[in-house]
Design a protein around this ligand. Structure first.
Ligand code: ADP
Length: 261
């Protein structure tokens, strides 16, 4: 039996997964805060406590995510693209396309039947079409991000957000609010804006079934449903979507252990 750990230090959130033999998830932990905050150490400590293990029990720890190069608690690193591919493949073996919307970027990744990343496209230049856009709008509307989907589901006449720039879209939302637009209709428009933006990135890569989402924004059903409509394909969802990078990192750790034997 080999125990491995995957630590995904994202731009906004740190995630840790402990796996047995690269198959079974023993523990998971997630905290808002990336590199330079106490969150990476905190998620490692929390996952070890949950699994009733100590760091010495872990055969290999693999780092991934935006902050992976600046964290000192790992044995090796692997890019988040490869880790998301491995993690998504573990949960959904038939997945060939991943749409990953994180706190600061969005990626569309194609992978083969073995979970190996084949190609990708990325938007890391603009906050529109990322979790950042949703976080900014949620703050303006004073709604927790995890409640955006509930608001979107109750929309009767979704408001179309015409500005593609986050700063201009923020002003647009403020003026729509002042004009009496319903919060539910505004939130539906905000979710659709992110979905349409990511869909135009996704359509530049040939989209193959099955498609799944990864990253924290996958938990927003408002974005998920709008994205399904925009790409015209069903999207698989797992409640562990935000952990796919960390799961992939733990699986990579297991692959390294198997090779070393
Ligand atoms: P990163 O790896 O870049 O830090 P994540 O993939 O962890 O990003 O996703 C972070 C994003 O997910 C944030 O923008 C946050 O608002 C969003 N998010 C996190 N939890 C939820 C939730 N329960 N519902 C909707 N959005 C969420």
């Amino acid at each position: 039996m080999a125990l491995t750990m995957g630590i995904d230090i994202g731009s906004t959130t740190s995630k840790c997964i402990i796996m047995q033999d690269g198959e079974t998830i023993l523990a998971s932990a997630l905290k808002v805060g990336g590199i330079g905050t106490p969150s990476p150490d905190a998620v490692v400590a929390e996952a070890l406590i949950k699994a009733d293990l100590s760091k010495e029990d872990i055969a290999c720890t693999v780092l991934t995510g935006y902050g992976r190069n600046r964290y000192e608690g790992g044995d090796c690193e692997l890019s988040e693209l490869s880790c998301h591919a491995l993690g998504a493949h573990h949960i959904f073996p038939d997945v060939r396309t991943i749409i990953d919307i994180g706190g600061q970027d969005a990626k569309v990744i194609s992978l083969n039947s073995k979970g190996k990343m084949q190609n990708f496209l990325m938007n890391d230049k603009c906050a529109a079409g990322t979790g950042r856009f949703l976080d900014v709008m949620a703050t303006v509307l004073q709604i927790p991000v995890n409640e955006l989907a509930d608001y979107a589901a109750r929309a009767e006449n979704p408001v179309s957000i015409s500005s593609t720039c986050t700063v201009f879209a923020e002003s647009e939302v403020i003026s729509q609010l002042a004009n009496g637009a319903a919060m539910t209709d505004l939130v539906a428009g905000i979710c659709a804006s992110v979905a349409n933006r990511v869909a135009s990135l996704a359509k530049r890569l040939s989209l193959q079934n099955d498609v799944c989402m990864s990253g924290g924004v996958a938990q927003n059903a408002g974005v998920r449903l709008a994205l399904e409509k925009a790409i015209g394909m069903p999207i698989l969802f797992s409640p562990d979507a935000q952990y796919f990078g960390a799961i992939g990192a733990a699986i990579h750790g297991m692959n390294l252990c198997s090779k070393a034997e």
